[in-house]
Design a protein around this ligand. Structure first.
Ligand SMILES: NCCCCCC(=O)NO
Ligand SMILES: [Mg+2]
Ligand SMILES: [Zn+2]
Length: 343
């Protein structure tokens, strides 16, 4: 399987993450991608390609122009406003307040974010653009005939809404990939989110549509991020009713239970008869992940990859979460190797 990777991921190197009232070293750190890349090489998974440049058009098929412009200029605006730290949102639209975009940078940062866990600094824009190009290059490979391709994306994307960043995400790489398939004539596309966290951004982007089926297995949002979306009664709206499926699970869920949800997801995908599949691959479902609470083991990712392959679909994997850096390489590449038949 080919892997697409951009060294520009390292342009995202924020020093802070607001967590528990402290500014900690970010969980979403450059070594995550480097460790996965090293494992891809060690396992000779396949050719490693740098991304092509696709420009802003495919990004704007999913994200609003205002949001894209904000991400491009926010760091310069922040510095021009005399701020001396990294961008961290502090003010949001509270209940009963106006949904309008203010001029002030603090207001703009809050307007375009869903949480304070995702600092921004110089280089974030460039890394996020490269991450979207990585996903689009993998999509081009699959549209060009590859059975599957691994988009080693960093920063991740599945929490990003059309005009919201947060959960370490800026551009929704999985949604951009699904939309690219649609724009190239694929009539139906499925997005399967196996990251520990609910793919709230991906759900929201396609919530009113029946051409893209969105499914996520994740930690119960009553107990974990993203907190305000991801419940099992969210089934889509309007045209999209019946084309969103959420499968939340409690703490300590092992693969033996989680895989029952995976089976439900796979049966729904088969029923939908998509022409392409996008897998939002987080391995923060791992038993030792520092911010999650499922109990999947490294060998379970081989089984996961095998089950995904049995869907028989052209498949793009977009890298999402996973924060046990020592294990992330084995776990992520195990999915690819399981897809290719390794047991
Ligand atoms: N800081 C709160 C948790 C962010 C979740 C990041 C992630 O792994 N999403 O899939
Ligand atoms: Mg998920
Ligand atoms: Zn996650």
């Amino acid at each position: 399987m080919k892997t697409v990777f951009s060294p520009l991921h390292s342009r995202r190197h924020v020093k802070t993450e607001l967590d528990g009232g402290l500014l900690i070293e970010p969980h979403e750190k450059p070594s995550r991608a480097e460790t996965i890349l090293a494992r891809v090489r060690d396992q000779a998974l396949g050719e490693i390609l740098e991304p092509e440049e696709f420009g802003l058009e495919p990004i704007k098929r999913v994200h609003t122009d205002d949001y894209v412009s904000f991400l491009e200029t926010c760091w310069d605006e922040w510095v021009a406003d005399g701020k001396r730290g990294e961008i961290i949102p502090t003010f949001w639209i509270g209940r009963g307040m106006r949904h309008r975009l203010p001029k002030d940078i603090d207001g703009r940062v809050g307007y375009f974010s869903l949480g304070a866990d995702t600092s921004i600094s110089e280089g974030t824009w460039e890394a996020a653009r490269a991450s979207a190009n990585v996903a689009l290059t993998a999509q081009k490979l699959v549209a060009g005939g590859e059975r599957a391709a691994f988009a080693l994306c960093r920063p991740p994307g599945h929490h990003a809404h059309a005009d919201l960043f947060g959960g370490y995400c800026f551009f929704n790489n999985a949604a951009i990939t699904a939309q690219a398939f649609r724009d190239q004539g694929y009539q139906r596309v499925a997005v399967l989110d196996v990251d520990f966290h609910h793919g709230n951004g991906t759900q929201a982007i396609f919530y009113h549509r029946s051409d893209v089926l969105t499914i996520s297995l994740h930690g119960d949002p009553d107990l974990v991020f993203p907190h305000f979306l991801g419940f099992d009664d969210e089934i889509g709206e309007g045209e999209g009713e019946g084309f969103n499926l959420n499968i939340p699970y409690p703490p300590n869920t092992p693969y033996s239970v989680w895989s029952q949800g995976l089976e439900t997801a796979c049966q729904r995908i088969a029923q939908f008869q998509p022409e392409a599949l996008v897998v939002a691959l987080g391995v923060d479902t791992f038993e030792d992940d520092p911010i999650s609470f499922f109990k999947l083991t490294s060998s379970d990712y081989l089984t996961l990859g095998q089950r995904i392959e049995q869907l028989g679909l052209p498949t793009v994997f977009t890298m999402e979460g996973g924060y046990d850096v020592d294990a992330i390489g084995v776990n992520a590449v195990n999915v690819m190797q399981g897809f290719e038949g390794k047991r």
